[in-house]
Every structure is written in C-alpha cells, then in structure tokens.
Design a protein around this ligand. Structure first.
Ligand code: GLA
Ligand code: ZN
Length: 691
C-alpha cells in the first residue's frame, strides 16, 4: 500500500485552509469582497467553499442564469492565489422550484408533505429535482471547468434525512424487488409470518412509520439501506455532468461524523475524497480528554473511509456555534490544537464554517473568521491566522498517512440493527460508545488505530477489536475465522454473533455462524443490570494476560460456558459467581478473546495494554504519556511526522529519552524532555523507524 497519496488536486500541493464563504450575501456591497480577499491573505487562507446555498442567486428564475457575481469571486480567488471548493447548490432550493413542482418537497413519516423553507428538505427520488440539479450543475461545470480557481467539487451539503412520498415508496419497492426477486424470499427474510405481516402483493409495502409499520426489523433495516443507496444514487445524478466536463476535479460530500442516518462506509466509495464537519463542544463538564478521544475516533473513521487516504476537515468552528447548549469559547491554544488534531489523523485541510458572519437570519451569531466588527484585530482572527501560519510549514505532510496494527470495527448496519431491535434495554445498548471505549486505551497510549466496518479486509492487522458484533454481515464470521487462523488476535464481546444480515437470529447457540468454535465458548444468556447494580470480574490466578485483581462490571453480563477456551477471569458476585467472564481461545495460529461483560475503563486499559505489549505493537513514541496527552503520526515511509497533543489545561512533560526530532512549527531541533503547554502541541519530524 502506498504511503504518500497525491495531493487532493495537483493544482495545490499545500495544506488547504479556508471555509464556507457566502459572497452572494454581500452582492450589494462589493467592497466587502475586496476586504475579504485582503483578510484571507492575512489569515493564510487558500481554499474557500463557495456557492453552497447559492441556487437562487445563480438561477433566480427557472432557466434564467446569473453567473456574474460568481465569475467575479472566482477571478478574485485566482488573482489572490486561492482556490474554490465549488459547491453544487442542491442543499437549499429556490422557492420558484418548490412552488412550481411540489413533488420536490419532502414527505415525513407521518405522510404529511413539508412546506418550502429551511434547507436540506427535498425528495431524493423526484425526477424533477434530479433534472433541475443536473441542469444547474452542468451550467457550473461548463462555466468553470477551465477556471484556475476550481479545485474540488463540494456536492450539495450534509446530505441527510429521508422522504416518504409515493415516488420514494415506489423506488423502495423496486429496490426490494432487485434484492429479493420474489415476495417469498422477502417474507422469509423479514420473518413476516409474525403478527400476520406476510406481504401478498408488492403494493402492500410501505416505508416504516410510527403511525404504521415499525416493528418488522428486517423492513426497518432494508429501509435504512435503501435511504443510503437512494442518497448515493441522487449524489451520482448530481455528479454525472461534473464527471463528464471536469473528469480531473475531485468530488466530495461533507459527512457529519457519527450521523446515524447514512452508511458512510458505503457512501464513501462514491466520493473521491472523504470530508466531514466537526463541531465538538470543548471545555464541557466531562472534560476535554474523553471528548478529544471521541473526536480522534471520528477522524480515524474519515481516514479509513478511503482506506488511509487523507481526508478534508470541511467544516469546524473558529470560535463557537450558535446551536450549542452553552457557547463556551475555545480556551487559548485549543483552536490550533483541535485544528491540528484533524491533520494528525490524516486531514490535509482545516476549513471552517464560516468565513464571515452574516448580518441576518439564523446563523448571524455563528462563529466566523471575520466577525461583525469587520477587521482582523480579534482574538478569533489571530487564532485562525495562527493555524494558517502553522499549515504553511506542513507541506511535507500532505498526502502522508498511517498504517496501524490495530483496528476497531464500528459498523453502521450493525449499529442500525442494535438500535432498531427490541430487547437489551434501550439505555444500555450504547454501541458506538462501546466502540469508542475500546478505542480510547490505544489513544491514551499513543497507538494509532484504524476504525473500519465489517466489510474491510482484516488481514493487515495484528489486533482486531470487534465490540458488540451483534450482526454478522455475510462473510464476516469467515474472514474473522481466517484472520485468527492465520495468526491474528481477535477480541469480541457480549452480544456478538446474534443475527444475520436480515436480523434473523442464528439458531444453535451464540456466537453464531461458526464464531463459537473460533472463540471456544457458548454464550447462553445475557443478564441486564439496573444502573446502580454492579458485579465484578476477578482475574484467575496465573492467567496468561498476567493481570491480577478485579474490575467493576456494569449493565451487561454474558453467562458463558467455555468450550475449550482458557478462562482468564470469572464473575465475583451473584448466582453466576465463579463462572467465566473473560476467555481466550487458541485457534490456528492466533487467539480469540471473549469479553463477556461490560467492564470498567480500567479493565479495558489493562487488557489493551497487555495486548499491545504481547503483540509488539509500537506506540508512536516510546514514553509513557500523561493523562490527556496523545501521540499520533503520519508517514511517507521515509520520514515520520509525530503529533504530540495535550488536551489538558495544564503543562505536561514527556520524557522522550534520547530521541531527536525537528520541531516543525518552531523549526528547531528537539531532544530529551518535551514540554507541552496547556492545550499545546508539537509536530515533530524524525526519520522513519525500522519496521
Ligand atoms: C452545518 C452546515 C453549515 C452550518 C453549520 C453550523 O455543518 O453544513 O451550513 O449550518 O452546520 O454549525
Ligand atoms: Zn420522495
């Protein structure tokens, strides 16, 4: 696998810095546009996202186009050595379109049709909407295909939601017909005999709704899959004219992190470069450390969406948003730190929402690089300019990546299945939280991790962690089995191997589909605990992990039987005291661990610490890291770029032994003790270590 990817677009070999830019809100004051250009240079911005919500400004009446203002902006960007991340405007429609063609308006699950307004409120299936977006997109591509400023296509904005209109229903039925062929297969997959839900004609199928069908889990899952496929299909119809006219300009769609409504693993295959919008609420009551680890987790997802290829941090806020519960300002240092956190995990850009605060409407108090005061003498502007300065020193990092030994699975279809089922108690499911809990120990120890879904190739990893692998999608059990047989270490937990891809339970003992043999256990039943209930797991004497003592257990306890696996810990309390709680099974050349209960973070830290040591997994830096500090890295195979990041308010020291680095921001050599200010970071370059 390559270790250096080409830049996002060869037109620009530097890191990109910029943000959502809405010059069409200032058409009547073009002197502001000139001021924008001056300020962009001062802030070190080179990439502005233009035209995201500009449809009415570009096509004020059906078929009547006005590109004058955008021509001026594109030219000004080029004159100032900046680039356009040029948007297609389908994120918000002109009113004339909704008036004339009401079918473009979305229908809610209660089957009521929305009025025109807001944004992101359209039918994904409507042929009229697809036709109108294709027309405006073609016009944009025709006009700017040879423009020196055109760098990346930003397709629509944050695709989300679903439509329950008759057009969408028909498309769903079509999708089901392609998937199942006949109704018999569909009824079997949906276990439709239950409550007399057998469909005897395709016309009886409806999308799920609280006022209608919502308990057939196979249907709900298929609907979610359909919504993802239909969104991708709409996206493809948007990019068709762009592909034809600008085949060399990459396309992206800005994703929303852990948004549950779309399977981003699948969607990512259709984009050239992944991008996402990141809005953490820093300095909250839970502290910055756990939040920082969760944000790193999402950055890692975004790098893995395209198998390690650098992504774009498409939006982030220079100060605070207008929608957070508490609009707490980033403390000094946090803006640079959180921006570089994205770069540390593989982003080749730092972009914001938004460049300049609007005067009116709902985002006028949303953080921006340029505030209503209009000049550069603000704390926020200086912070942004600081990021611009830093990015200019990081050309060598563009296109580099990381190839971790560890992967954590976080699968969207599995998530849908866990969230959609009835059972287990709603508040204790916590699938994504559980994935993050298994990621955090590696983050704290400075061990890079890939976050992947069930469809990935597992073979390049030493350690594969698959928390709550409830739904085994086709081939996953088989690939996990060969992964272990060939020497890999596999860790899974309670509530794994329960259902197949249609949410039909495996018969004959869990974990199903052959995983029982790999793990050497049978999981007979799962005990749910009330919030204040606790159990314990007690490490067995001389266990192979070398762990001693006991750990707290809450919420979920699997009552398992060893069928050949070694017992590493047993329960401490209740009627199952003494029964196995943690096992390891030698299978082929590898090992498979089963964690039967939901254990404390201390347990996960100790378990992962042992596995890191046993498997010779190298942390980024050979030194213990203080709590709240992480180390991440990128490399091109020749050099390594080490990011040491302190997410605590206090100064921290790291004893880097005798290792020498070049500090890329201070541009000076560093050796020995490394000091990080509160919310401080270092980006250090060293020759790649031998593998
Ligand atoms: C989203 C949208 C932007 C803007 C920001 C505000 O990310 O894409 O247009 O509304 O939220 O935080
Ligand atoms: Zn629709």
């Amino acid at each position: 696998m390559t270790n250096r990817y080409p830049p996002i677009n060869p037109k620009c070999t530097s890191m990109l810095h910029g943000g959502d830019y809405n010059p069409d809100q200032w058409i009547k004051t073009p002197e502001i546009w000139d001021e924008d250009m001056r300020l962009m240079k001062l802030a070190g911005c080179n990439a502005m996202s233009v035209g995201i919500f500009s449809w009415t400004a570009l096509e004020p009446q059906e078929g009547k186009f006005e590109f004058g203002w955008l021509d001026t902006i594109m030219d000004k960007l080029a004159e100032n050595s900046a680039f356009a991340v040029l948007a297609t405007p389908s994120g918000a429609r002109p009113a004339w379109l909704s008036r004339k063609y009401p079918e473009v308006l979305r229908v809610r699950p209660d089957r009521g049709r929305n009025l025109h307004g807001h944004r992101h409120n359209h039918c994904l299936t409507s042929p009229v909407y697809r036709e109108k977006t294709a027309i405006i997109n073609r016009k944009l591509a025709e006009r700017y295909k040879d423009h020196p400023a055109l760098l990346v296509w930003h397709i629509s904005n944050e695709y989300n939601g679903e439509c329950h209109c008759e057009l969408c229903r028909a498309a769903f039925v079509n999708w089901l017909q392609r998937k199942y062929g006949d109704l018999d297969a569909l009824n079997q997959a949906w276990w439709a005999a239950f409550w007399s839900h057998t469909c005897t004609d395709w016309s009886q199928i409806e999308s799920p709704s609280e006022i209608g069908e919502h308990c057939v889990h196979g249907l709900t899952l298929d609907w979610k899959r359909f919504v993802t496929d239909q969104t991708i299909d709409f996206f493809r119809s948007e990019i068709a004219p762009l592909r034809e006219l600008t085949p060399d300009v990459p396309v992206t769609a800005n994703f929303m992190g852990l948004y549950p409504g779309l399977d981003y693993w699948k969607f990512a295959k259709a984009v050239d470069v992944a991008s996402w919008d990141n809005y953490p609420s820093w300095h909250g009551p839970d502290g910055d450390t756990p939040l920082a680890a969760s944000i790193s987790f999402v950055h890692d997802i975004n790098r893995c969406l395209k198998n390690g290829k650098p992504f774009m941090l498409m939006e982030s806020v220079p100060s605070t948003t207008n929608w957070m519960e508490v609009a707490k300002r980033k403390r000094p240092g946090m803006h640079l730190l959180s921006s570089m956190q994205a770069v540390a995990h593989g982003s080749d850009t730092v972009q914001y929402f938004q460049w300049r605060k609007s005067r009116g409407s709902s985002e006028k108090f949303h953080g921006a690089v340029v505030d209503h005061v209009g000049h550069e003498n603000t704390r926020v502007f200086r912070d942004v300019a600081g990021v611009g300065e830093a990015l200019k020193k990081l050309d060598a990092i563009v296109g580099t990546t990381v190839r971790p030994d560890v992967a954590v699975i976080c699968d969207w279809e599995n998530r849908w299945a866990i969230d959609g089922m009835q059972g287990l108690g709603r508040h204790v499911r916590k699938y994504v939280e559980t994935c993050i809990a298994h990621y955090r120990p590696f983050w704290s120890k400075g061990v890079p991790v890939d976050v992947i879904d069930e469809t990935f190739d597992f073979s390049s990893y030493k350690l594969l962690i698959a928390p709550m692998l409830y739904m085994l999608r086709p081939g996953v059990a088989e690939r996990s089995r060969s992964f272990v047989a060939e020497g890999g270490t596999f860790v899974t937990t309670y509530w794994s191997g329960i259902v197949d891809e249609n949410d039909l339970c495996f018969l004959g003992g869990w974990p199903g589909d052959g995983l029982r043999e790999v793990l050497g256990i049978w999981d007979e039943e799962l005990d749910g605990l009330y919030p204040d209930d606790r159990n314990r797991i007690v490490m067995t004497e001389d266990n192979a992990l070398g762990l001693a003592g006991e750990y707290d257990v809450r919420e979920l306890c699997g009552l398992i039987h060893s069928e050949g696996a070694d017992i590493l810990a047993t329960y401490g309390d209740d009627f199952y005291a003494g029964r196995p709680a943690l096992t390891v099974n030698a299978f082929g050349r590898g090992k498979a661990y089963y964690v039967a209960s939901r254990n404390s973070d201390e347990f996960l830290a100790d378990l992962c610490g042992r596995l890191i040591a046993d498997l010779d997994i190298r942390p980024v830096i050979e030194a213990p890291l203080p709590v709240g500090v992480t180390a991440q890295m990128r490399s091109d195979g020749v050099d390594e770029f080490v990011f040491l990041m302190n997410f605590t308010a206090g100064e921290q020291k790291i004893d880097a032994g005798g290792e020498s680095f070049i500090d890329m921001l201070a541009v000076e050599p560093v050796k020995g003790d490394i000091r990080l200010e509160g919310y401080g970071l270092k980006i250090l370059r060293r020759p790649a270590r031998a593998t």
